[in-house]
Design a protein around this ligand. Structure first.
Ligand SMILES: Nc1ncnc2c1ncn2[C@@H]1O[C@H](COP(=O)(O)OP(=O)(O)OP(=O)(O)O)[C@@H](O)[C@H]1O
Ligand SMILES: [Mg+2]
Length: 254
């Protein structure tokens, strides 16, 4: 199978346990997920079921359990995150950096914008972090940031500070920031969890339009069945495992 035909992201047999002193909290216990290129996967699950943990693993912000060879039971288990067929744990430090900056974009429930910077500067800074000192033309980045913000309906707010924006507007800035480097994958952890239904719905409409145009792969955590029903596929985390990976249509009526 060529790389082009690989699912863009896969979780394979993932175990993740948090250890706090002597207490270990098993969170993920053999999670398998396949995310085809350009698809929209929704992740459902109760609070504490490990949704954010799984997103962090997908994004390379954390690693699965080490899996001690020969250990008893779950302690031997580990698991992999594959990006286009390659286990991200095998990346060199430089490749891992590139993966986190360019291959995946992150959006969180709380927007994490820099309060001193304007809307357009908040987006530009993500591009500067990617390109560092290698002289990516500033005028280009500025133009792309403005275009992206305009796509998300913020063309009239470019010079505002985050404190002067509504929650929905702030989240649109966070989305533009996550997309400025044109990552093939967007990981969104309850991006509309703090917004009213109408505002959240509008943002999802804009994101869907962008996603289709750019063939973006979207993995979104949500508590909201209505949002999940818009996805191509839905998984639910229960007791550390994935219960079914089903087409979102299966949610209708359930
Ligand atoms: N860094 C950590 N150290 C210890 N335990 C953690 C850590 N992060 C998460 N946990 C625990 O792991 C479990 C899963 O957490 P996680 O944040 O992945 O859940 P979630 O499904 O995203 O929940 P929510 O819907 O509330 O956001 C929880 O019991 C949590 O307390
Ligand atoms: Mg969470």
């Amino acid at each position: 199978m060529s790389n082009a035909e690989q699912p863009i992201l896969m979780a394979r047999g993932i175990y993740k346990t948090y250890r706090l002193g002597k207490v270990s909290v098993p969170v993920l216990r053999g999670v398998d997920v396949t995310v085809p290129e350009a698809s929209f996967l929704a992740i459902l699950g109760a609070s504490g079921s490990g949704k954010s943990t799984l997103m962090h693993l997908f994004g390379g912000l954390d690693r699965p359990d080490r899996g001690v060879p020969g250990a008893a039971g779950d302690a031997a288990k580990t698991g992999q995150v594959l990006f286009r067929g390659t286990d991200i744990a095998t990346f060199s430090a430089a490749q891992a950096d590139t993966y986190r900056r360019q291959s995946v974009g992150f959006v969180f429930q709380f927007y994490h914008l820099l309060p001193e910077l304007t809307v357009v500067e908040n987006v530009i800074i993500a591009a500067m972090i990617r390109h560092g000192r290698f002289g990516y033309p500033a005028a280009d980045v500025d133009k792309r940031a403005r275009e992206l913000l305009t796509t998300f309906g913020l063309g009239h707010r470019l010079g505002h500070k985050p404190a002067e924006l509504s929650g929905g507007e702030r989240q649109r800035v966070a989305i533009a920031r996550a997309l400025i480097n044109e990552p093939p994958v967007l990981l969104a952890d309850e991006p509309t969890g703090n917004l009213d239904r109408v505002t959240g719905g509008q943002i999802l409409d804009q994101l869907e339009e962008y996603r289709r145009a750019k063939r973006l792969t979207l993995v979104m955590v949500t508590h909201d069945q209505e949002i999940a029903a818009r996805a191509d596929a839905v998984i639910r985390l229960v007791d550390g495992k994935v219960v079914g990976q089903m087409p979102a249509a299966a949610l209708a009526g359930g």
